[in-house]
Design a protein around this ligand. Structure first.
Ligand code: BG6
Ligand code: MG
Length: 216
């Protein structure tokens, strides 16, 4: 029986991919190459340093560890100026209504995000109070598709993996949920999120009891 929901942040609760893209793209341009929107798709759910390494590889750039940290810091400062303008209006459609449905049940809610900026973003959009537990990039050592972020979320909620349902928009995130031994709801395109147990285009219109009936 499902007793806890584990939500990814970026692309599930708020859409930040465009801001990550703008900030990474500026960095790539400063280093003398470009990254496409399509390339950015592959960075969804991937940690900051793993993303940086993929981008540098793409641009055939070799940097020292300390240079990498400098560029990642610069990228993050740019990203923060972009996301600091986010408000409750940036919460993705249907999310608030879905949370209202959850609050009428005993289901607990945790965040499972590899972002180190997750708390700041949740505070900015006014959703932080909804969470019983928050696992973010500051609490984990391995990024998705490693299951660490979701396994820690289950522990903080006092639940076993089989009692948890993960909500994910990224291929790496769906894999992390499956690697944790959890059921996964994909948010996005079913042709992309092939490993998810069920996929919805977004939260609009998701009826909680009906959703849960798929996992009994
Ligand atoms: C994930 C995003 O949620 O967080 C990735 O999908 C991002 O694109 C990762 O790189 C790390 O985020 P941050 O905020 O710690 O740089
Ligand atoms: Mg995501």
């Amino acid at each position: 029986m499902i007793k806890g929901f584990l939500f990814d942040l970026d692309g599930v609760i708020v859409e930040t991919a465009i801001f990550h893209y703008q900030a990474w793209r500026k960095m790539a341009n400063d280093l003398g190459f470009d990254i496409s929107e399509e390339f950015n798709e592959g960075l969804k759910g991937i940690s900051r340093m793993d993303s940086l390494n993929l981008i540098l590889e793409h641009g055939n750039i070799v940097l020292t560890e300390s240079e990498k940290i400098d560029w990642a810091t610069k990228k993050n400062e740019h990203y923060l100026t972009l996301v600091s303008k986010m408000t409750a209006n940036d919460i993705l459609p249907g999310v608030k209504e879905f949370f209202t449905q959850i609050k009428q049940t005993d289901i607990k809610i945790a965040l499972g995000s590899v972002s180190k900026n997750a708390k700041m973003i949740l505070e900015g959009v006014g959703l932080i109070i909804e969470f019983d537990a928050i696992i973010d990039g500051t609490k984990i050592t391995k990024g998705k598709p490693d299951p660490e972020v979701f396994l820690k979320g289950a522990v903080e909620l006092g639940l076993s993996p089989e009692e948890c349902l993960v909500f994910e928009d990224a291929v790496a995130g769906v894999e992390a949920g499956k690697n944790a031994g959890m059921k996964v709801v994909g948010i996005g395109n079913a042709e992309v999120l092939t490993k998810a147990d069920i996929v919805f285009g977004g939260f609009e219109g998701i009826e909680l009891t009906q959703l849960l009936s798929n996992f009994q």
